[in-house]
Design a binder for this molecule. Structure first.
Ligand code: SF4
Length: 288
């Protein structure tokens, strides 16, 4: 184990990043990660991950660990990791990871163990309300997985974050309104809305270039917040305004804010109070 590597990242910080795997074995058209890692998903063993987490925890006092994996995966490997963590004495350890909604469902029987092992927070790319767009994205999840996965996380007291994408080629005001309704129905604890962005190297970029969809070539704007492409029905400005509308719709909901602020889930409460303290809830609710 290379101690100096961790030292650079952690440096006696409560918060540290750790890689438990690299790449992904799926092939979503908008995603640069699987392309970057040449379509391979390479994982560390559960014992090695637990060793590294324990090292950060005991040597640097890092009790909040962000697993930077693009895709946690499912099954025996995850259960073994949790077993490894539970048998080590790290009572106040918390960790965050990204997972697919279908994998959360596959892992449903081990979610209690994940929570016991310190997994307090999961982010899932739910992306869309419509099967057609999920198919276009080559995102092989079902729209029905969204609500089921968020409910499962909540039932297990795991802070449920979700991401959604607007600006797909056929998007219109109506289709994005349907997405907003879907987000409210799915009801994640925290929602992030992103504009479909053609990152170079992705399949989406090749398609968008070939079709002349790209209107903004300033890489500084390739941040999933700026609209780079219009859709068949919306200008870039309209896509941009739709993004703000998504945030207003989600964070402008007073009941949701109150639920967040007074949540018994320690992370959810903390995140909402942090956002309120910095005026973020108000800013997101009234964006911009
Ligand atoms: S979006 Fe997620 S599931 Fe799809 S290829 Fe990228 S990392 Fe994998």
């Amino acid at each position: 184990m290379k101690k100096y590597h961790f030292k650079m990242m952690a440096g006696n910080a409560n918060y540290a990043l750790i890689e438990a795997s690299r790449g992904c074995d799926h092939q979503c058209t908008f995603c640069s990660q699987w392309k970057h890692w040449k379509g391979k998903w390479r994982t560390k063993s559960p014992k090695r991950i637990a060793d590294e987490m324990e090292h950060l925890y005991s040597e640097y006092g890092s009790n909040f660990l962000w697993l930077t994996d693009d895709n946690l995966g499912s099954g025996e490997r995850i259960e073994s990791l949790c077993d490894e963590l539970i048998k080590r004495d790290m009572d106040d350890l918390m960790w965050f990871v990204q997972a697919r909604s279908d994998d959360i469902i596959k892992n449903k029987d081990i979610l209690p163990k994940m929570r016991k092992a310190g997994n307090y927070w999961i982010m899932a790319g739910l992306e869309r309300h419509d099967t057609r767009t999920l198919k276009n994205f080559h995102k092989t999840i079902r729209t029905s997985d969204a609500k089921v996965s968020m409910d499962l996380l909540r039932e297990n007291d795991i802070f449920a974050q979700a991401t959604f994408i607007i600006g797909e080629r056929q998007d219109s005001h109506e289709s994005i309104e349907k997405l907003r309704e879907f987000v409210n129905y799915t009801d994640p604890d925290l929602a992030i809305f992103m504009i479909l962005t053609p990152f170079p190297g992705t399949k989406l970029y090749d398609i968008a270039r070939a079709n002349g969809w790209i209107e903004d070539t300033n890489w500084a704007n390739y941040d999933m917040i700026h609209a780079i492409m219009p859709t068949e029905n919306l200008s870039r400005e309209e896509v941009q305004e739709e993004l703000y509308k998504c945030y207003r719709s989600f964070y402008g909901n007073v009941k949701r804010r109150l639920k967040g602020l007074f949540s018994p889930n320690p992370l959810k409460g903390r995140v909402y109070r942090y956002m309120a303290g910095r005026g973020l809830l108000q800013a997101l609710g009234g964006l911009f």
